[in-house]
Design a protein around this ligand. Sequence first.
Ligand SMILES: [Ca+2]
Ligand SMILES: [Ca+2]
Length: 186
Amino acid sequence: MVDVGENSLNGYERNVLHRNNGDGTFSDVAHVNRADRIEDGRGVAILDYDRDGRLDVLIRNYRQPAELLRGTGPRRHWLQVKLTGTASNRDAVGARIVAVTGDRRQLRVVGAGSSYLSSGSLVQHFGLGDATAVDRLEITWPSGRVDVVRDVAADRRVAVTEGRGIVTANGKEVRDANAPHHAARR
Ligand SMILES: [Ca+2]
Ligand SMILES: [Ca+2]
């Protein structure tokens, strides 16, 4: 064994930030976003801490201060979805959410433990570009139940409870609106 003292064998690699080009490829855009710092990173958590509809990045570095990178890109439309399981586990870990806008489908899978000793928010974020609503939000719960909610207005955070559809939007109770149109067991 080599004694490296206070140093880290992992070194200080330049951080990267990958943009999804939407065509199956990614581009490293760290340099234009000033995210290409040389740090000894460990955990990373993705969340929208200031709830402005743009995702932010929290980085935990080894023997260095943590860093919060605030997303300041152009404002486009978005939808954030927080699931609560009933028959499934309460945090809905393992649930799959498909958001359909026009001919575009986006998938988010609710996970816990997305990075080393850390995890991103359980709130699932969908960037919608120019779309002002999600045509169809399809949730496959860990229990096997499938809930579908149609015509979900953008630019807000909705809470969806298994079997009940949208129960709150931006923290306010939603009554009878957006109830699941279709619920089935696989
Ligand atoms: Ca690094
Ligand atoms: Ca934000």
